[in-house]
Design a protein around this ligand. Structure first.
Ligand code: PLP
Length: 396
């Protein structure tokens, strides 16, 4: 049976070129990148090359890149670290209802543990956040605004540059600046990102979302940003994140970033064409399907669709039995029957939200994968709908 992987937003396979680049750093070049000896310095050079490369991609300077264990740590450090460092003057955090739990739970932790005041700004029905609503939520004691670059469930791209511009304008009138963070875990390596153009002070990314290894990412921290460390110890990463550097992971992140950057435009076109083909044919062969979120501002590989009358979870299981891996939402919420907080936040009713599936295509997806999905999906939906009294009663 041909296996199809259509869950790239959850994680992506490590590119073989990345694996090859990492391999020597597990055994041959294993020394601690902070050791003074030559062997340590060889590892250190690889780490600093990676830092320079990432900084160059972002339009930043190398000292502004802090390597982390992934997106979750980067998000937690951005939120909790800036909150704690600025608590002397401010106590308010602004975010949105559609953030990944790595941001939402970090913000809620600041509220429950330290008494932070939190504003979670709602998005529009199309899945986009309105910059006016973000600006309206900012108060004199706001420390941080955190808005994701693209949503992991719907793929909807947020107007970060516009929000960044507005926050910058506000900062010119304030004695304490509001920091602006974006969770770019779904976009770094997929969209061109320049931190100055986006107007962000902090930006999170994770290698496993762009065909790099799992367990490594980075947090961009603009020079001058007041941020506490969450990990204390040997003072690595200029005191911002202690722990022996994950040299193989960082080398892998570097290689993955290079491959992603060199192929970004052509890959975007290729993956978008596949996604559009999938959507066009699903629409043509399955009645009553509805796409969740705007198609206009959306990551190229993402298609999030509601199949009214069908439980997304049942659909997922049926597709899985045919060797097709998809998701009902973010990886961490799959396995539970709860409706996605993102779809609910868009005003989608819980039943429709639970009937939704997320297909995400990527580097190793091809036309044959789309063909296979199209072969399996329509009859499965029909079969499940035939078993659904609700769908039949509605007469749709
Ligand atoms: N933020 C977003 C938008 C994500 O999609 C993810 C991963 O699913 C994360 C953060 C967490 O990243 P990591 O898995 O590297 O901890």
């Amino acid at each position: 049976m041909r296996k199809v992987y259509a869950d790239y937003a959850a994680t992506s396979p490590c590119d073989p070129g990345v694996v090859r680049r990492m391999e020597p750093f597990f055994a041959a070049v294993f020394a601690n990148a902070h050791s003074a000896h030559a062997q340590g310095q060889e590892a250190r050079t690889a780490v600093e090359d990676a830092r320079e490369y990432v900084a160059d991609m972002l339009g930043a300077v190398p000292g502004e890149v802090v390597f982390t264990s992934g997106g979750t740590e980067a998000d937690n450090t951005a939120v909790i670290g800036t909150y704690l460092a600025n608590r002397g003057w401010g106590n308010h955090l602004v975010t949105t209802t559609i953030e990944h739990h790595a941001v939402l739970e970090a913000v809620r932790y600041c509220a429950s543990r330290f008494g932070a005041r939190v504003s979670e700004v709602a998005c529009s029905p199309d899945g986009r956040v309105d910059p006016d609503r973000i600006v309206a939520a900012i108060a004199p004691d706001t420390v941080l605004v955190s808005v994701m670059h693209a949503n992991n469930e719907t793929g909807v791209i947020q107007p970060i540059a516009e929000i960044g511009e507005r926050v910058r304008a506000l900062n010119r009138t304030r004695s304490h600046r509001v920091y602006f963070h974006t969770d770019a875990v779904q976009t770094f390596g997929h969209l061109p990102i320049a931190v100055d153009a986006l107007g962000v002070d902090l930006l999170s990314a994770s290698a496993h979302k762009f065909c790099g290894p799992k367990g490594v990412g980075f947090l961009y921290v603009r020079t001058g940003t007041r941020m506490d460390a969450l990990l204390h110890g040997g003072g690595h990463e200029d005191g911002r994140r202690s722990s022996t550097l994950n040299t193989p992971g960082i080398v892998g992140l570097h290689a993955a970033a290079r491959i992603a950057r060199e192929n970004m435009a052509s890959e975007a076109d290729r993956v978008r064409a596949l996604r559009d083909m999938l959507w066009d044919r699903v629409r043509a062969s399955v009645p009553d399907v509805v796409v969740n979120g705007t198609m206009e501002h959306r990551l190229d590989g993402n298609l999030n669709v509601a199949f009214p009358g069908v439980e997304g979870e049942s659909l997922l299981v049926a597709l899985d039995a045919a060797g097709i891996a998809v998701s009902t939402g973010s990886a961490c919420s799959s396995g539970s029957q709860e409706a996605s907080h993102v779809l609910l936040a868009m005003g989608i009713d819980p039943v429709t939200a639970r009937s939704s599936l997320r297909f995400t295509l990527g580097r190793f997806s091809g036309e044959e994968d789309v063909q296979r999905i199209l072969e399996v999906l329509p009859p499965v939906v029909t079969r499940l709908r035939d078993m659904s009294p609700v769908y039949r009663k509605a007469g749709t």
